[in-house]
Design a protein. Structure first.
Length: 124
């Protein structure tokens, strides 16, 4: 009788170990899957933010060109007072566009990490 109880207890303890190991393996698998998804999502977010920066830079560049053409038209039609603006506005606009592009490019990693790794995005 004692042997049967001992064998039964050994089987119960062995099952507990097996169930614990299986549960741990399942948890580790879920964590690995989430980490893999985070890397893929981060990469996709970086690409999306990069496209946004390029689009915004293009819009600003187009605005600079439009303003330069408008100023040229004003100077050609006789508004000589706009000559200074004809020279300075494109330079100022190009510089502002460059600064904006650099600032937004620097912010890409933090913006991309927001949805993927919230704690990493908060450290900025």
């Amino acid at each position: 009788m004692n042997k049967k109880i001992s064998v039964f207890l050994c089987i119960v303890v062995a099952l507990c170990f097996v169930l614990t190991a299986a549960s741990y393996a399942e948890t580790a698998g879920v964590k690995a899957k989430k980490a893999g998804q985070a890397v893929v999502n981060y990469t996709a977010n970086v690409a999306k933010e990069s496209v946004n920066v390029v689009a915004e830079t293009g819009k600003q560049g187009a605005g600079v060109i439009t303003d330069a053409v408008k100023r040229t038209g004003e100077v050609v039609t006789g508004d000589v007072d706009k000559t200074k603006e004809l020279v300075t506005e494109p330079l100022t606009g190009a510089a502002e566009t460059g600064v904006t592009a650099v600032k937004e490019t620097v912010d890409i990693p933090a913006k991309a990490a927001k949805g993927v790794w919230p704690k990493a995005a908060e450290k900025k």
